[in-house]
Design a binder for this molecule. Sequence first.
Ligand code: ARG
Length: 283
Amino acid sequence: MMKKWSLLTICLLVSVSLLAACGQNKNNSGASANAGGKTGTSASSAPEESAASKKLVVGMSADFPPYEFHIKSADGKDQIVGFDVDIANEIAKDLGAELEIKDMQFTSLLNELKSGRVDLVISGLSPKPERAKEVDLSNIYYKAEQAVVVLEGDKDKYATMESLVGKKIGVQTGSIQEDMAKEIKDAKLTKLAKISDIIMQLKSGRVDAAIIEGPVAESFVKNVQGLAITAAKPVTEDEGYVIGVKKGNTELLNQVNTTLERLQKDNLIDQFVQKANELAEQK
Ligand code: ARG
């Protein structure tokens, strides 16, 4: 008899804790997975639940002016700004959601998206076919060219892509610039997590050149002394920038595309870019 009771108690305890764990899981994933849900459906659910479901978590690698970067605001607080941040804000606004930005390494972004820890990746992301297999990609919201950045005195020396053969090239790990640098014969790649680290390597002469997104290259050249963009033009097939959404989350993908369409129609993205460039110069 005694034995039966204790077995029953254990069973009860186990099922209670399992239930609790289930409930917790639901709440946790609900915060992000529902961010793209219809706002209309929240009317019927409990108030705490609808508040939680109205959070949009966006992942980005904030080393990338004017797309996303850190500044100190007037009161000395660290802040992430940039035109990707403005776009994120507009998407959140259209969804009726509160925006949360998660700053992380560029190489982690797609995994975080796949696991549902972020709802969107907005990070100057190029539409690489391999990425489209892993996550869903929005329509293109902006286009830019690629650039080769060198020390000012080397500007003429590295005026063509051929001049980079056998040279030491700095690129961001996991970026399409890494793919581009691999195409250069005998190039020795230095792969780093942050663009600012690549710039430091360039300044100290440890790499000869860096391949960087045009607008980012311009921002660094404008704000760091002694650098220049050369006439060399790296080319890529993965042109333009897109937003990453978890595979199969069609509803959120459609909402993202609707916001992007609105921003493009009203010419807002160009305005965001201009504003971001001004902020980057003040920093
Ligand atoms: N456009 C390049 C790519 O998608 C680089 C993007 C890097 N973004 C960043 N926020 N650091 O691979």
